[in-house]
Write a protein of this length. Structure first.
Length: 279
């Protein structure tokens, strides 16, 4: 089942008219949230990031669309889909109502909730490390709007095709200054000794939820952390590389180019994140 503005509908039902702005102009935002342990993980952070993005995009937010209302709508959708007892992926999308060309005639916000069962067992660190390399065909603009999870994901789409064609697990996306931005679906971190580095938001990377948690807590966990622009050659110098997103949390990288990496710190940080959620 899906949830369109509060109405539960079969997945196969035709949802949108040809004038849908999310389809025509990418006039939308979305959050991907993991549901596990009977709760939406990092729900508050996801909600406020989505609301902040909607304000930035000048969407008109209905007053009733508060954090409790949307959480209840997601839970309602999970239960109607028989997924409340499962580990599930939730996609919550905000889009502007139909009407207009580039200039919308209606700035009001509508929402769509989609839920899917996760194939993975309960959240664990990946057993086999990821193999990654750099995608050079297209670059992501390093501007504030790039920090949002919006409807224009063409660089990520093309980088994922590149990864698939080259037997990679993820591809590294560069920004217009040829600095590391992120990967196809994740933020990226490198570790040297006990020092962790990740690209700053000014690089154009998505303002990731798990990224934020690691930055906030790294010093408490015994590591120094820095947001700093990086070139791809710096990856070779790292002791570890790991990626983060809200569905898989941390994934360690085993190989970049011809260099292999370990996962000691990645595994430790993963355990710390689990404790953060269970507290």
């Amino acid at each position: 089942m899906i949830n369109l503005n509060g109405s539960l509908l079969p997945n196969a039902q035709n949802l949108f008219k040809s004038g849908n702005r999310a389809f025509l102009y990418g006039d939308q935002l979305f959050e991907t949230i993991r549901f596990e342990y009977g709760k939406l993980l990092f729900w508050e952070e996801h909600y406020f990031r989505l609301m902040g993005g909607a304000c930035m995009l000048r969407m008109e937010i209905p007053q009733h669309l508060n954090i409790e209302f949307l959480e209840n709508e997601i839970i309602k959708t999970l239960k109607a889909s028989n997924l409340f007892e499962c580990n599930s992926r939730v996609r919550l999308c905000f889009y502007r109502s139909d009407g207009g060309f580039y200039l919308p005639t209606n700035r009001s916000l509508e929402y769509l909730i989609e839920v899917d069962k996760l194939i993975e067992k309960p959240l664990i660190l990946n057993n086999s490390g990821l193999v990654i390399d750099v995608f050079h065909d297209h670059y992501k603009p390093n501007q504030t709007i790039s920090n949002l999870k919006g409807g224009n994901s063409l660089v990520s789409v093309l980088s994922s095709i590149f990864a698939d064609e080259n037997d990679l697990d993820e591809a590294i996306i560069l920004n217009l200054e040829s600095n590391i931005c992120e990967t196809t679906s994740s933020n990226i971190f490198i570790v040297t000794d006990k020092h962790i580095i990740t690209p700053p938001l000014s690089s154009g990377c998505v303002n990731g939820i798990v990224r934020k948690k690691i930055i906030e807590n790294a010093s408490l966990w015994g590591y120094s952390i820095e947001e700093k622009s990086m070139k791809s050659f710096e990856l070779i110098k790292a002791d570890e590389i790991f990626l983060t997103n809200s569905i898989k949390w941390i994934q360690w990288v085993s190989r970049y180019k011809k260099k292999s990496f370990k996962n000691d710190i990645s595994a430790y940080l993963f355990q710390k994140l689990q404790l953060l959620v269970l507290d």
